[in-house]
Design a protein around this ligand. Structure first.
Ligand SMILES: O=C(O)CCC(=O)C(=O)O
Ligand SMILES: [Fe+2]
Length: 186
């Protein structure tokens, strides 16, 4: 499944977004799996975020060492990994790192660009909708845009959307999960 007419070229260049990337039944099965994981508060240089996370394959430790090994990807994640990789024009095995985000009510993700050790990012949204905001500095001002992330939709961040724009998601209004896949920059 590579880019098609139905992948909306909205938002910054390099952002692809596809609704109904997974079916409601697949979403339910994934949620059952996610409910069994041990999420931990996101740690950033001594601070704890309201967002909770689980990593597989590799884990990015923001308190010092950077990229470290993590538990291998569980079997149940492999079909989604392969579908996400195809969406980003990559082989499944390229996605060495999976980060699952859990956003309880009130949990945001602040403005950031993903770490430069990673290349493309694919994110799959589950359970409730969110708005992903983008901003890019332009002189003294910010260019801004946003994309609606419906449950079961997926996005690819590549090119300028990945490298030049920052993204963030405001405080969750209802519990939401995202399953995000990253390959390593070579
Ligand atoms: O929840 C999302 O879809 C965004 C996650 C994100 O930006 C990240 O994990 O770096
Ligand atoms: Fe991100």
């Amino acid at each position: 499944m590579t880019a098609s007419l139905f992948d909306m070229p909205i938002g910054p260049d390099g952002l692809l977004h596809r609704d109904e990337f997974i079916t409601p039944v697949e979403e339910r099965e994934l949620l059952d799996r996610l409910e069994g994981l041990s999420f931990e508060p996101f740690q950033f240089q001594g601070f704890e975020g309201r967002r909770h996370v689980v990593s597989f394959g590799r884990r990015y430790d923001f308190n010092g060492p950077g990229l470290v090994d993590a538990e291998p990807l569980p079997e149940w994640l492999l079909p989604l990994r392969d579908r996400a990789a195809a969406f980003a024009d990559l082989p499944g095995e390229a996605f060495a790192h999976v980060l699952i985000n859990k956003y309880p009510v009130g949990a945001p993700i602040g403005w950031h660009r993903d770490r430069p050790v990673f290349d493309k990012v694919v994110g799959v949204s589950l359970l409730s909708p969110a708005i992903m905001r983008f901003r890019q500095r332009e002189g003294a001002r910010w260019r801004r845009t946003a994309v609606a992330l419906a449950p079961r939709s997926a996005y690819v961040l590549d090119g300028p959307a990945r490298r030049d724009w920052e993204h963030s998601i405001p405080e969750a209004k209802a519990l939401r999960y995202s399953i995000t896949f990253r390959n390593l920059r070579t």
